[in-house]
Write a protein that binds this ligand. Structure first.
Ligand SMILES: Nc1ncnc2c1ncn2[C@@H]1O[C@H](COP(=O)(O)OP(=O)(O)OP(=O)(O)O)[C@@H](O)[C@H]1O
Ligand SMILES: [Mg+2]
Length: 648
């Protein structure tokens, strides 16, 4: 075995996974030196000096084939990547090698990836908003131009979709350069993004760097620095603004954790590396604004197990000017983008930056949503009717706001079937203000769901009206058209769950009866309340016909029927049936009310798509045109249903 080492060479003395110990007799390479083994096929970065002759390094490539005694060459420098105009529209790996199957870029300089952040004196301090065209973000958690924004969320809540949407919305107006850095995520996503950007024609001002989940930890740990070095070139040398998108910064921390483990360091809390804070700030601090150019960064942050107190998430939080937290609950309800408005925050949301009007509006929205959140428990236990009228109003506004703040995305056009919408800040603010002024209190909640500017709600409602009118008028036809009738019966027979709610009632007089009765019983008092149902009756009518034959104006009939338990069952069913659409509206309540769950489920089930909670709303969209709109009247019903259930 060759134990002799040349002037710049060493020999491998140990290989443990990605960690390699190397002995140098003549000299000891400094930290961050790049070493090559097996004719440059294996790259190793020195991370520590064990003693006067040995260093420990982490491999940036796989260590396959590397053995004890293999010669190692010290390159005499650090990891370098290409920078310059030539890298535009290209895709690279951590070493700056092109991975888009084109020739290596010419006309580039090579720079070390390990660099210091700009000194404080060179940093710029102006604060300006970065508009995204996404309502909920622009109004409540505005991003800072030249700041850092984070999209926090557990697995599959929509971080990548939101990030892609932002790229789509901003890249065309963005005069500077966009740099996308994929760290430890799916390779497929990188490939899809590349194709999308190419198709959109924005590639000429974009650079992509990937160290995805198939790469060894050393590569994932350094790929962020590669991207930053390129971004710094455009900021410092070309004086351009750079938009740096990172998906996913948690994977950077995770790679550090793996490396730390391989190096044999003592783990810190939850197994994270003891140096996590230092490593992260080494990266984040370099994302800074100077007087000549700015790097605006948006980073997706995976939150393990949806636990916001996870040390990785907590550390990232502290670096950001805007934290957008995505919640699984909202995603489950179909309220995309699933931003948790009460947990998200932006330091830009101050009157000095966004202006008095915008600031007060944001405060008012938060207040409304927070009150609704607090009332949810009471609604679940006592029902909406038990709330004071002003609280009911708040709930009404909050639910409309929540829906208005959803938005169809360009990024999800293919699978949601709804065209993406870009909404200006002015339109977003205007819409929220009008909802808070109760201008839309008579509109069904579904009219505000997945729209762009607020005026679309009117158009949506008007489009729905003709359909709604047609229904009552042509009841017979209505039956045929309306699934309720058909659904109910089939449901009763076939569908186990729906059965319980809808027909079960008819057949299983006892239980359903009880459920339904609440409404019926309440009828006397809530008479006023029950009216909504009466209105909805048109449909029930159809439903009731089969059993009651009462046909035309069952609305009135329903109440009288209420007396006969058996009838109630039938009557109440109609209500339940009429809900199919209302389901959308009622669903929220259903969720709130744990008990209601049973009642609400029926409604939810009618929908073919059992998405769970989200179904109600998710469905509405597709159905929206056919069913949802007619259902408009239902809102009140929903409440009733919920209320009735509660009381029962
Ligand atoms: N705005 C949206 N509209 C409709 N569906 C959405 C939206 N956002 C997310 N989704 C749904 O959620 C799924 C997961 O989204 P995404 O891939 O963005 O999650 P993620 O948070 O990046 O997950 P991971 O942590 O696994 O990378 C999407 O495939 C889509 O079905
Ligand atoms: Mg993702």
């Amino acid at each position: 075995m060759n134990n002799e080492t040349s002037a710049s060479g060493g020999v491998v003395v140990a290989v443990r996974g990605g960690v390699v110990d190397i002995r140098f007799d003549a000299h000891l390479p400094p930290i961050y030196s790049l070493l090559h083994a097996r004719e440059g096929k294996i790259a190793i970065e020195v991370l520590s000096q064990l003693d006067a002759h040995r260093v420990r390094g982490i491999a940036l490539t796989t260590t396959e084939g590397l053995a004890r005694g293999n010669p190692v060459e010290d390159t005499g420098g650090q990891l370098k990547v290409p920078v310059g105009k030539g890298i535009l529209s290209r895709m690279f790996d951590v070493f700056g090698n092109p991975i888009d199957r084109q020739a290596a870029p010419s006309d580039v300089q090579w720079r070390n990836v390990h660099r210091a952040p700009p000194p404080l004196a060179r940093r710029s301090t102006k604060s300006e908003i970065f508009e995204t065209g996404i309502k909920v973000i622009d109004v409540l958690v505005p991003l800072e131009r030249g700041g850092k924004g984070g999209l926090f969320g557990g697995a599959g809540v929509g971080k990548t979709v939101l990030l892609t949407e932002m790229i789509h919305n901003m890249i065309e107006h963005q005069k500077g350069i966009s740099l996308f850095c994929g760290i430890g995520e799916r390779c497929r996503e990188g490939e899809e993004l590349y194709r999308d950007m190419k198709a959109a024609g924005v590639l000429p001002n974009m650079v992509m760097v990937f160290g995805q989940m198939n790469e060894p930890p050393g590569s994932r740990l350094r790929v962020g620095l590669t991207a930053l070095t390129m971004a710094e070139y455009f900021r410092d040398d070309e004086h351009r603004d750079v938009l740096l998108l990172i998906d996913n910064i948690f994977r950077f921390i995770q790679a550090g954790m793996e490396v730390s483990g391989l190096l044999g360091q003592m783990p810190s809390r939850l197994g994270y590396q003891p140096t996590m804070g230092t490593e992260l700030s080494g990266l984040e601090e370099r994302i800074a604004n100077t007087d000549t150019g700015a790097i605006t960064s948006i980073q997706a942050v995976y939150v393990p197990a949806d636990d916001m107190t996870d040390p990785a998430a907590v550390h990232v939080f502290s670096h950001l000017s805007t934290s957008i937290v995505l919640s699984r609950k909202r995603a489950g309800e179909g309220l995309y983008p699933a931003v948790d408005l009460l947990q998200s925050s932006s330091k830009m949301a101050t009157p000095g930056i966004v202006g008095e009007r915008h600031y007060l509006l944001a405060q008012k929205i938060r207040e409304t949503l927070a009150t609704y959140e607090n009332l949810k428990d009471i609604i679940a236990m006592l029902g909406l009717e038990q709330l004071a009228p002003e609280d009911r109003q708040v709930v009404n506004r909050a639910r409309r706001l929540e829906r208005f703040l959803t938005q169809p995305f360009f990024a999800t056009e293919q699978f949601s079937g709804i065209k993406g919408k870009l909404v200006s800040l002015k339109d977003s603010i205007d819409g929220c203000e009008r909802i808070l002024r109760d201008e839309f209190k008579d509109y069904p909640e579904s009219a505000l769901y997945m729209i762009g500017a607020i005026d679309e709600a009117k158009a949506k409602t008007q489009a729905a009206k003709p359909a709604a009118k047609a229904e009552p008028g042509s009841k017979p036809g209505a039956k045929a058209d309306l699934k309720p009738a058909t659904d109910d019966k089939p449901g009763a027979k076939v569908g186990p769950k729906p059965a319980t709610d809808a027909k079960p009632g008819a057949k299983d007089a006892p239980k359903p009866a009880t459920d339904a009765k609440p409404d019926a019983k309440d009828a006397p008092k809530p008479a006023a309340d029950s009216k909504p149902e009466a209105k909805a009756a048109p449909k029930p009518a159809t439903d009731s016909k089969p059993e009651a034959n009462a046909a035309p104006k069952p609305a009135t009939d329903d109440k009288p029927d209420a007396k006969d338990a058996s009838k109630h069952a039938t009557d109440s069913k109609p209500d339940a049936k009429s809900d199919p659409k209302p389901a959308t509206d009622s669903e929220p309540d259903a969720k709130d009310a744990s008990k209601h769950a049973t009642d609400s489920k029926p409604d939810a089930k009618p929908d073919p798509k059992p998405a769970g909670d989200s179904q109600p709303e998710a469905k509405p969209q597709p159905q929206a045109k056919s069913d949802a709109k007619p259902a408009r009247a239902p809102e009140p019903e929903v409440d009733h249903a919920a209320a009735g259930a509660h009381e029962s």
